[in-house]
Ligand binder design. Structure first.
Ligand code: GLC
Length: 731
């Protein structure tokens, strides 16, 4: 047997480590600062804000997450809040919030959780952490979004704790109906209570506060091929060549760590990538974009320009004693830019020009929790309150003075991504930046897409990717995915195909694997597997017009792309418990196979009629069916009443605008709205886009132009499901 981590062999010491049963004893309220409530109404949704200023704190500093500027708050008495919401300061460095959770009330959101969709009945630690062992007993993960969405049916409430400090949520773990949130801070902060209202309304109001994604570049929605690492120029050329030769649609090749010179950020290896710029240019002529990893740790090396300059200009985090803070990450001993400062973000953005000028179009911010290899517990599990500044690893500088690291740790990755975003934008002002981030706080969607870190090539992790991504979406983050095929371990072919069957519906669509695992590109498997993968990836590309519609919806309403069934069917109590199926927008329901050796699974279809995606076979809703999905099939159903815009096959999105789009009509009465633009610039913000309402009724197609601001090159047609006739369409 392998002994658990931290196991002590000495009996006496071992016993000291043993944990006692400890009831949660009520602690007195020691608060003697100021607090007040105010209120704002957004489209009939109430948002209450509680401002808490502990004694001796006169202002609440910028939290970096809430950005809404149009909110006109008006003072109010303590509102009548749902479920007995109350709070107190229990310790100088800790606040506790209490509330009741009624029978059947669901809890969702909380950003990145290794959990089913309902996060109730568990404890959750929200602090950004690099823990590559994803399992049920893990607590903190890479992202920290203390936004809880709780309620049932059409009545939900959002609770957002606006702080960069750690929080712990106990959501009725003892089955007493009690919810509790610990906020470990000594600073002032806000709490937002949104609702009650429907689930989409709460997410709309929350994303109004913390911001939404912009439209992503079309290419970033395509297939991204990655691995740790394509070690040298030859391996990159080979992979790119195989992809094109075998006609596997793909837009992006990702360069992980090893393109760098001994992991020095903003360098390239002179031995392995001597012709870095040429390789990037060649890939670009072959219609690939290049995304490179960028970690925050700057190698401590007196000969290294970035280190020297950053040190001279005082850009790095310091210890509480004012020394340079040094910790180990991939490059060995490293120092960390203090991203809380505007001048540091600007400096970093300028340094990133090294990559943009080499032709790199996307930045992958990794390890930005930030990860420290030699610190076993950045946030000790037993910590009862925020430790005093002098006991912390390092400190940051912010507008209101020095902040101990843990008070702001949760926004570090967000602010690094802001720097990356602004760096890309500075170099290509009219191109939508693509940033991918591992860490993040509320509002990360303003700057970056995210993936959920180092999963494993396990069915368990394929399975969990669904509720995890659903909770990310409900927490405001639409552009998200997980490593397709799994990061750690060898991915066997059956799992890879099953993973692509789900992955084609992840908003962020990337195959990535770790050092030492078997090759995971779909063409590294036997021809029949490659063929299945190719067909699935082609399906993803065919859905790009629909995916763009969904992002258009997100920017206006905050709606995620992957949604729980209850988003659209709030009064359906069966749908409310389902988290191994999901809605991809309003019109597609995905119901994948998630276990090895299985071909059949139960599929619950909510009210209405449904058509199997690939065959058009019709099913009546409000029923559960046992349906067979042979390996390689698209496990999806289309809602009766939908019109899906489908584009012709392509190898990469540079071909997108020259391809034809066909509107597939599902049923006698159907409708959709359709959005299009150039897919790369910000001109849509100035009106350079088209939007149409398309409806089909009594055998006739009608179109209404909502906006015509863009000269599209597509040819359009339409076809009714089950009919062979394809009719041309003028838009
Ligand atoms: C981290 C990332 C992983 C990456 C690796 C090497 O583990 O999560 O995706 O491949 O670092 O950069």
């Amino acid at each position: 047997m392998k002994l658990p981590m931290g196991f002590v062999f000495d009996w006496t010491k071992g016993r000291q480590k043993g944990r006692k049963w400890q009831p949660h004893s009520p602690i007195n309220n020691i608060f003697n600062g100021k607090f007040f409530w105010d209120k704002y109404r957004l489209d009939n949704i109430d948002i209450h804000r509680l401002s808490i200023l502990p004694a001796e704190i006169s202002t609440i500093a910028n939290s970096f997450t809430v950005i809404a500027t149009d909110t006109e708050w008006s003072k109010t008495e303590k509102p009548k809040l749902p479920f007995d919401f109350n709070w107190q300061q229990s310790l100088p460095g800790r606040f506790d919030f209490y509330f009741k959770l009624a029978e059947g009330q669901k809890c969702m959101g909380l950003g990145e959780r290794y959990s089913g969709l309902n996060v109730r009945g568990e404890k959750h630690t929200i602090v950004t952490t690099d823990d590559p062992h994803h399992s049920e007993s893990m607590q903190a993960m890479y992202k920290a979004i203390p936004f809880l969405l709780t309620g049932k049916d059409n009545q939900f409430t959002g609770i957002y704790i606006d702080t960069g400090a750690p929080t712990r949520f106990d959501l009725d773990s003892e089955l007493t109906g009690q919810g509790r949130i610990e906020v470990l801070t000594r600073r002032g902060f806000h709490v937002y209570i949104i609702g009650s209202s429907s689930m989409p309304n709460i997410v709309k109001a929350f994303t109004h506060l913390v911001g939404r994604s912009k439209l992503p570049s079309l290419w970033s929605l395509g297939h991204q091929q990655s691995r740790w690492s394509y070690f040298n120029e030859e391996s990159v050329i080979e992979v790119a060549g195989e992809i094109r030769r075998r006609k596997i649609p793909c837009d992006t090749i990702v360069f992980d760590l090893d393109f760098m010179d001994e992991y020095r950020v903003f360098t390239r290896s002179p031995e392995r990538f001597p012709n870095f710029n040429k390789i990037v240019a060649d890939l670009s002529s072959d219609n690939f974009r290049v995304v490179t990893s960028v970690d925050p740790g700057v190698k401590e090396d007196p000969e290294y320009g970035l280190y020297k300059e950053g040190k001279d200009k005082n850009m790095f985090c310091k210890t509480p004693d004012g020394e340079l803070f040094v910790e180990k990450v991939w490059p060995g001993r490293s120092v960390f830019p203090d991203f809380l400062r505007d001048d540091v973000r600007k400096w970093w953005a300028e340094k990133q020009a090294f990559l943009s000028e080499a032709g790199v179009t996307g930045i992958w911010n990794d390890m930005n929790e930030p990860a420290f290899f030699d610190v076993s517990e950045v946030f000790p599990e037993k910590l009862e309150e925020m430790s005093p500044a002098k006991e912390q690893l390092c400190v940051h500088q912010a507008e209101d003075g020095t902040i101990p690291h843990l008070e702001a740790r949760n926004v570090y990755g967000l602010l690094m991504s802001q720097a990356a975003y602004e760096g890309l934008l500075a170099k290509r002002p009219n191109e939508r930046p693509f940033v991918l981030s591992r860490s993040g706080a509320a509002g990360i969607q303003r700057y970056a897409a995210v993936w959920l870190g180092d999963n494993k090539s396990w069915y368990e992790h394929l399975n969990k990717s669904i509720p995890m991504l659903l909770n990310m979406g409900l927490s405001g983050v639409p552009f998200a995915g997980v490593d397709i095929g799994g990061f750690w371990h060898d991915c066997l072919p059956e799992l890879l195909v099953r993973w692509y069957e789900v992955g084609i519906f992840y908003p962020f669509f990337r195959n990535h694997t770790s050092l030492g695992s078997r090759a995971q590109e779909i063409f590294s498997y036997v021809p029949k597997i490659e063929e299945m993968g190719r067909k699935l990836i082609e399906t993803r590309y065919s859905l790009l017009p629909y995916i763009r519609n969904l992002f258009w919806e997100h920017i206006r309403t905050g709606a995620p792309l992957m949604r729980p069934l209850s988003w659209h069917y709030p009064l359906d109590s069966i749908a409310a418990d389902i988290d191994d199926q999901f809605m991809f927008g309003q019109d597609i329901l995905v119901s994948p196979i998630l276990s090895r050796g299985h071909d059949y699974r139960p599929v619950y279809l909510p009210e209405g009629n449904w058509y199997r995606f690939e065959t058009g076979e019709k099913f009546a809703g409000n029923s559960t069916y046992t349906i067979r999905f042979p390996l390689g099939s698209v496990p999806a159903f289309v809602r009766e009443g939908a019109i899906l815009p489908i584009i012709e096959p392509m190898q990469h999105t540079n071909e997108y605008h020259s391809k034809s789009i066909i509107f597939k009509i599902f049923a006698d009465e159907a409708a959709c709205s359709y959005f299009e633009d150039d897919g790369i610039s910000f001109d849509y913000e100035k009106g350079a886009y088209n939007e149409y309402l398309i409806s089909y009724s009594k055998g006739k197609l009608n179109t209404t132009t909502v906006k015509k601001g863009y000269a599209s090159e597509h040819k359009y047609s339409y076809q009714k499901m089950g009919e062979s006739k394809v009719q041309p369409l003028e838009l």
